[in-house]
Design a protein around this ligand. Structure first.
Ligand SMILES: C[S@@+](CC[C@H](N)C(=O)[O-])C[C@H]1O[C@@H](n2cnc3c(N)ncnc32)[C@H](O)[C@@H]1O
Length: 252
């Protein structure tokens, strides 16, 4: 039987892939919850209620889908979903869960029920999809760890493959009012602007001021709503108060 996790990158083993792989094998940061986050559900509700866009039949892409909590949910709601992810371990869990849920593992638009396909790939690279392929793209805290040059490709590619009028949801780390982010930048700075290296994990993350976020994303997308949200992140069994941006966007 064909492996549903098709490798679409043929690059040398990247440092970032190593960090995420290690993280999924021995999690200090990520959770393996299989239900969508409240914030993601809030965005789906906004699509359905405010934008009169039912999830059923949508062609959706989940960037850095992890163990598939959002991809599998979207497929259960009738969307035709592709989840793209750098960690093989996370992908295996996502595929297993999709099987348990009885979801067809294909991204065939012809299917009249929801379905999900999982691909191994890098969201900071050219994406293997044609122009205007998706109605919906989500990035739930996945692009935080891209470098600036990878981020340049990520935003161009996201814009290229999203249909005109399509929706884009981003949840990303916020710098404003986040005491822990400011401490991390001071104590363990990364090489690029507003980045730090997570001690022990070795992961570089970028945090965004409102001004920088708006300036960056509005070059490509219409920001319909931008909300600051405080969550508690667990790292090594300790709880840290962190701020996030929830951005509801669409393509011009
Ligand atoms: C904080 S986790 C969030 C996972 C998922 N979006 C969720 O909401 O559960 C970030 C995810 O992005 C993935 N990731 C990070 N950099 C990536 C890259 N360059 N390409 C593809 N996936 C990446 C990680 O492996 C990880 O699964």
């Amino acid at each position: 039987m064909e492996d549903p996790v098709r490798s679409i990158i043929d690059l040398k083993f990247m440092a970032q892939e190593n960090v995420w792989e290690r993280e999924y094998q021995n999690s200090k940061l990520v959770t393996k919850d299989d239900k969508p986050q409240t914030d993601t559900l809030g965005f789906f509700k906004y699509l359905k209620r405010d934008k009169k866009t039912p999830l059923e039949g949508l062609r959706a892409l989940d960037l850095g889908c992890g163990t598939g909590r959002n991809s599998n949910y979207l497929a259960q709601e009738g969307a035709v979903v592709t989840g793209i992810e750098i960690s093989s371990t996370a992908l295996r869990l996502a595929v297993e869960r999709a099987k348990e849920l009885g979801l067809p593992q294909t991204a065939s638009v012809a299917s009249n029920t929801g379905s999900v396909e999982y691909l191994k790939g890098d969201i900071g690279f050219i994406l293997p999809f044609g122009n205007d392929s998706f109605d919906l793209i989500i990035d739930v805290t996945s692009s935080n760890s891209l470098t600036e040059s990878e981020r340049g490709l990520y935003i161009q590619e996201t814009h290229r493959i999203l249909k005109s009028g399509g929706n884009f949801f981003v949840k990303t780390l916020c710098k404003d009012g986040d005491h822990n982010a400011k401490n991390l930048i001071k104590l363990s700075p990364g090489k690029e602007k507003d980045t730090y290296i997570m001690p022990e994990i070795g992961l570089t993350e970028r945090v965004w001021s409102k001004e920088d976020f708006v300036e960056y994303y509005s070059r490509y997308f219409i920001i319909e709503k931008l909300e600051k949200k405080t969550n508690y992140s667990r790292i090594n069994n300790q709880s840290y108060k962190r701020n996030f941006w929830l951005a509801y966007m669409s393509k011009k």
